[in-house]
Design a protein around this ligand. Structure first.
Ligand SMILES: [Fe+2]
Length: 135
């Protein structure tokens, strides 16, 4: 079973951002599968590096729109992006081979993060972005 499955409840009603979030889900699911299959530490780290790199691209997309649409919660949101990135990097340096997915801190964090950040923090900009004409 996948770590996290996309459904409409994750949509922010902006095509590009939904696509990026879906791609991040793919990275997270790929990572979880690698943990399940007992992949090497360097393989796991490589997957996480890919995820972090892609997340950076995604965060900068959102942050560009914050400026463009003069989003009022820009600072709080950007702060959260920074914390999330730091947390994944920190966990990545501690990722261990041979733990179950249930015990794997990175998998657990990714699932909670994706769920809480998208449905909580990201969903707050929907109205602002949509009103700016972004879909
Ligand atoms: Fe975000």
């Amino acid at each position: 079973m996948d770590l996290i499955e996309w459904d409409d409840s994750y949509s922010v009603n902006v095509y590009l951002i939904d696509r990026q979030h879906q791609r991040i889900f793919e990275y997270a699911n790929e990572y979880q599968k690698a943990v399940q299959n007992g992949k090497s530490e360097s393989a796991l780290r490589k997957l996480l590096d890919g995820l972090v790199e892609y997340a950076a691209v995604h965060f900068s997309t959102e942050e560009r729109y914050f400026i463009q649409f003069n989003y009022k919660e820009t600072e709080e949101h950007k702060r959260e992006h920074k914390i999330l990135t730091a947390k994944i990097l920190d966990l990545s340096s501690k990722s261990r081979v041979g733990v179950s997915v249930e015990e794997d801190e990175v998998s657990n964090f990714l699932k909670i993060w994706l769920d809480a950040h998208i449905k909580g923090t990201d969903h707050k900009y929907i109205e602002c972005f949509n009103q700016g004409g972004l879909r």
